[in-house]
Write a protein that binds this ligand. Structure first.
Ligand code: C2E
Ligand code: CA
Ligand code: CA
Ligand code: CA
Length: 277
């Protein structure tokens, strides 16, 4: 028994080391990944069930590591934030997304807004306005076709400065969404003071939208959005039951696997043809 305990301890130790080693390796390789063009941006549709039209897309980052294969953003974004790489990375994403959206505007007559996820680090860097204007100018994309997705945690840290920075980009026409809404701890009492255009209902609520308590929360989020003159988007929509429920409560814009997974630029083209036929 004594030996087993010892082995278990050693096993645990090795597991720890393995995950720490992986983190160190990812941290080291993240610096090279941008130069080596290992990042890829995927686009996930936002569908308006009221008008039956594509109304937007969310840009979601992928990292194809040369040895480890696909690394999920859930794993590498926190490391990119810790190391500060997230700031130049977000600059690159903004530039790519705006250029791609302009191409879709011009070549495919597709006029939607594309959202980019914003880390708290970008606000702390104070570079948001510069990065956004640069990406818009370089591409020629109108500001109204770019959207930033922020979470409640961003709004909580240095709320005065965050609001100030959000106002500066909104003057360019850029839209702001509050992501994962309902999961954070920010006070509802100051939601009306945030320069936000859209509330995104978190997917954990949608997943359980067959349960009465979650239905109550979803309904309330939709009501709050309506009363504050904000749009509302449901994310993580996977089933027709979820769609029916959301529509019955007045939410018509949906994002989720039911409509489309995050797709490459090439796959978006065929997806578009498929939905138009
Ligand atoms: P998020 O912003 O909440 O993005 C939604 C996540 O849900 C995405 O995971 C998306 O692929 C996934 N998803 C969408 N529809 C469905 C569905 O119907 N069912 C299920 N099960 N999942 C669905 P992903 O792409 O792995 O991204 C995870 C998180 O990583 C994002 O959560 C976001 O917080 C972060 N992230 C991704 N790309 C970026 C980026 O470019 N910058 C920053 N700062 N964060 C990013
Ligand atoms: Ca998001
Ligand atoms: Ca989300
Ligand atoms: Ca999330």
């Amino acid at each position: 028994a004594k030996n087993a305990g010892k082995n278990r301890y050693r096993f645990f130790d090795e597991e720890m080391n393995r995950s720490q080693l992986r983190k160190l390796l990812l941290e080291k390789d993240l610096r090279k990944a941008m130069i080596h063009e290992e990042f890829k941006i995927m686009y996930q549709p936002k569908w308006d069930t009221g008008t039956n039209r594509l109304v937007g897309m969310e840009a979601l980052l992928r990292w194809q590591h040369p040895q480890l294969g696909l690394v999920s953003p859930g794993e590498f974004i926190p490391i990119a934030e810790d190391t500060g790489i997230i700031v130049p990375l977000t600059r690159w994403i903004l530039t790519e997304v705006c250029a791609q959206n302009k191409r879709w505007n011009d070549q495919n007559d597709m006029h939607v807004s594309i959202s980019v996820n914003m880390s708290i680090r970008v606000f702390e860097s104070g570079l948001l306005y510069e990065m956004v204007t640069e990406a818009l100018h370089a591409s020629g994309l109108p500001g109204g076709r770019l959207e930033l997705e922020i979470t409640e945690s961003i709004a909580m840290s240095d709320v005065i400065d965050t609001i100030r920075q959000l106002h500066t980009v909104r003057e360019l026409g850029v839209k702001v969404s509050l992501d994962d809404f309902g999961t954070g701890y920010s006070s509802l009492g100051s939601l009306d003071e945030l320069p936000v255009d859209t509330l995104k209902i978190d997917q954990t609520f949608i997943r359980k939208s067959n349960q009465t308590p979650k239905q109550a929360i979803i309904s309330n989020i939709i009501t709050i959005a309506r009363n504050l003159n904000m749009e509302v988007v449901a994310e993580g929509v996977e089933t027709s039951e979820q769609i029916e429920f959301l529509q019955s409560r007045g939410c018509h814009v949906m994002q989720g696997y039911y409509y489309g997974k995050p797709m490459s630029v090439t796959d978006i083209s065929s997806w578009l043809k498929h939905t138009q036929s």
